[in-house]
Design a protein around this ligand. Structure first.
Ligand code: 8YV
Length: 332
């Protein structure tokens, strides 16, 4: 006699750290698996102590991350599927030590993040948001003049981090006939763009410094007071990567003192709390970490989270696996 497991019994248990930014993904995960959302538990630590041993699969996001104490409370954890390309908030040490495979969502968000870099660059240089505020405040209608802004086409674009997203930013710059150069932890073989040995050199050379480097300890505060000084009073900094790459206090001072001309930021050191001083400045454009936040890209990211999880369950490996060794090299 053969025994048939009921669908419910066969459903795989998945621990989800919290609600994911794409609502359809929360729904699909719950349809496909037996999902427990950790943030919905009245006492998460107690839940983990009592039921942690039942989970082999976990879903999180770049933003929510995954802490060592959670990994350590899941003795049978085999695979993590994370929504996002950044993995600076996933605890590398505990995951690697335990041999847990980790999937993430590179590639599918490059276009939208690069588009956002240019949106912030154009807005900051041409003062579009400030112009919008000016018109809405009826200042134009009352006879005031807005003043002039800064030309973008044909200028120099410096990219910190010529990875997938940095490369897409460089490609968009061609449409604006911009000169492009970059700095990385090492030169990218075959890149058509000139490599600058130091970030300081890149900052001195460029008009617009765009941050597209990975987050984490290896890149923390790379853009400091000295680099901003080198960028100079006509220079702009744009950040679509991680807030931690810029020393936000030094940036606030540079924007306030006129050490640099302006900034466009989608990311901050302590999200969702930009330094309060930044909110009062007019030479800055602020966005709430939404570079990947289009319907199309978020759907593609959601699909990759599902595909990574499904692949992990079926084969033991996600389709797109976090390259921890590259991150370690960045720190060296
Ligand atoms: C995510 C991001 O949307 O992919 C990343 O690393 O920072 C964003 O694209 C966000 O972090 C989701 O949690």
């Amino acid at each position: 006699m053969t025994t048939t497991q009921s669908t419910t019994d066969a459903r795989i248990r998945v621990l989800q750290i919290g609600p994911l930014p794409q609502p359809s993904l929360n729904v699909k995960l719950a349809q496909l698996y037996d999902v427990t959302v950790l943030s919905e538990q009245p006492d998460a630590a107690r839940f983990l102590a009592e039921q942690g041993a039942q989970f082999e699969y976990l879903v999180t996001s770049a933003n929510m991350g995954l802490k060592a104490d959670v990994v350590n409370a899941l003795p049978h954890l085999r695979m993590v599927s994370s929504f996002g390309v950044g993995f600076d908030k996933l605890d590398e040490q505990s995951l690697v030590a335990r041999g847990v495979r980790v999937g993430y969502t590179p590639g599918v968000l490059d276009d939208c993040v690069a588009d956002m870099a240019f949106a912030l660059l154009l807005d900051t240089a041409r003062q579009l948001s400030a112009a919008d505020r000016f018109v809405r405040a009826v200042r134009w209608s009352q006879g005031e003049r807005f003043g002039v802004s800064t030309k973008v086409s044909g200028r120099r674009l410096g990219i910190l981090g010529l990875g997938r997203i940095g490369t897409q930013i460089a490609e968009r710059a061609q449409g604006f006939r911009m000169e492009v150069a970059y700095h990385n932890r090492r030169a990218v073989a075959g890149s058509p763009y000139p490599y600058m040995d130091s970030l300081d050199q890149l900052a001195q050379w460029c008009d617009f410094l765009v941050i597209a480097a990975a987050g984490g300890e290896g890149t923390r505060h790379l853009v400091n007071a000295q680099v901003l000084q080198s960028l100079g009073k006509n220079g702009f900094v744009i950040n679509i990567a991680r807030g931690s790459v810029i020393d936000e206090q030094a940036l606030l001072e540079a924007l306030t003192n006129g050490t640099i001309a302006g900034a466009g930021l989608d990311v901050f050191e302590n999200e969702p709390h930009p330094l309060p001083g930044l909110l009062a400045l007019d030479n800055i454009v602020l966005a709430p970490h939404v570079a990947s936040g289009t319907h199309e890209t978020r759907e593609a990211m959601a699909q990759l989270v599902l595909d990574n999880l499904q692949s992990g369950i079926a084969t033991g490996a996600p389709l797109q696996e976090v390259p921890w060794s590259a991150a370690a090299a960045a720190k060296a």
